[in-house]
Ligand binder design. Structure first.
Ligand code: PLP
Length: 393
């Protein structure tokens, strides 16, 4: 047996494990100090009451012979696919339900979708970005080229005619920079992809944080259904990080060398995936009811307020940052030209606040740092008060 030697090309450990280990080691060595975490992008508010009620009902159904469900459709129950279709329709995007594939979350789909692309494709990934795009392609042995997201371009790289790519990742609103593309900017990417016969993998995991003037779906752009797959998740929208549900949209108009990507993805999913649990899908569908939407909006507003508190803290300290608006992340420039991990150690040591070093998201993230608004209000306020006390000029 020969192992997949591409794994030898991966960085030693996953970024968030490294952050968690450092924070845990510090806490163990300093039991008298209270460590505050604004690091991993995990939600802290519980599921909405409408979701819980729907899941309870579904549990009851599972306990009765007449309503018990065994294996469901691999691509998701029609009731959920229809609800997702309705969610898009309310935003002016028309989809067919059979273009929507329900999954156990976006992370799995990000990796699994690569099954339908040849190994020879060149992948274009923004730098910095969500590390899963890079790692999954390193595992597959694909050539990766980078689009630099820098202070100069507002962390929103635009297509470069001299770069050739077949698979293009776009994450907007972006993790980690919080920057978000307008419809016009995305239009340039769509034009580029169509010209290059490339496919865009559009990660909309944070679409619910997008405010006016910023796109929430790539399909708002004309022509996108001919070149883009959209991945989305209930994790940040509805607090499903531990419940697990997401969806991927593969329009039927995506045809390359005579092959329908929708049909290929259907074939892939029906072969390797057995669907998301009925109970979870019932809970996910409740997110789109009037009551559910209102409740999740309240939770999103809570995180938005946290983001404002962190942004105000940056302003007070005179630290340049992006995000906070359209995004639950604040991407800040490390003070005194510190490197990302240096600043991480410093902040942990001086004020016991944990964030995520920007360098973990790519080379261009060096010298930057990410704070998340997904913490509790109490933690956010206390962390900000400590940072202000420490760094205010
Ligand atoms: N995409 C981005 C950009 C993310 O930041 C995350 C999670 O943090 C995901 C996808 C994964 O989401 P899920 O919980 O649905 O796997």
């Amino acid at each position: 047996m020969k192992p997949n030697i591409n794994y030898a090309n991966l960085a030693e450990s996953y970024l968030f494990s490294a952050v968690a280990k450092k924070a845990a080691d510090y806490a163990a060595a300093n039991p008298d100090k209270k460590v505050l975490k604004l690091s991993i992008g995990d939600v802290t508010l519980p599921l909405a009451p409408a979701v819980i009620a729907a899941m309870h009902e579904a549990v009851e159904e599972m306990g009765k012979k007449e309503t018990f469900k065994g294996y469901g459709p691999e691509q998701g129950y029609p009731f959920l696919r229809e609800s997702i279709k309705g969610y898009y329709a309310r935003r002016g995007v028309t989809l067919n339900a059979d273009e929507i594939f329900v999954s156990d979350g976006s992370k799995s789909d990000c990796g699994n979708i690569l099954d339908i692309f040849a190994k020879e494709n060149t992948v274009l990934v923004p730098d910095p970005v969500y590390p899963v795009y890079v790692d999954t392609n390193v595992m597959a042995g694909r050539k990766i080229v980078y689009a630099a997201a820098t202070e100069e371009n507002g962390f929103l790289p635009m297509p470069d005619e001299n770069t050739n790519a077949d698979i293009i990742y776009i994450c907007s609103p972006n993790n980690p920079t919080g920057a978000a593309y307008t419809k016009e900017q995305l239009g340039k990417w769509v034009e580029y992809a169509l010209r290059k016969n490339a496919v865009i993998l559009y990660d909309a995991a944070y679409e619910c944080f997008a405010e006016e003037g910023v796109a929430r779906s790539i399909y708002e752009v004309e022509g996108a259904k001919k070149c883009a797959i959209e991945l989305c998740s209930f994790s940040k929208t509805a607090g499903f990080t531990g419940t697990r549900c997401g969806y991927t949209v593969v329009p039927e108009t995506l045809v390359y060398e005579g092959m329908s990507l929708r049909k290929m993805w259907l074939r892939r999913q029906t072969t390797k995936f057995n669907g998301v649990s009925y109970i979870v899908q019932k809970g996910a569908a409740a997110v789109f009811t009037e009551e559910g939407e209102k409740q999740i909006r309240e939770n999103i507003d809570y995180y938005r307020e946290n983001a404002k508190i962190i942004a105000a803290c940056m302003e007070e300290c005179g630290i340049p940052y992006t995000g906070g608006k359209n995004s639950p992340y604040i991407w800040l420039k490390c003070p005194n030209s510190k490197k990302s991990w240096e600043f991480f150690d410093d902040m942990l040591e001086k004020v016991q606040v944990v964030g995520t070093p920007g360098s973990g998201f790519g080379e261009n993230g060096e010298g930057y740092f990410r704070l998340t608004a997904f913490g509790s209000r109490e933690t956010t306020k206390e962390a900000c008060a400590r940072i202000v006390k420490w760094l205010k000029k």
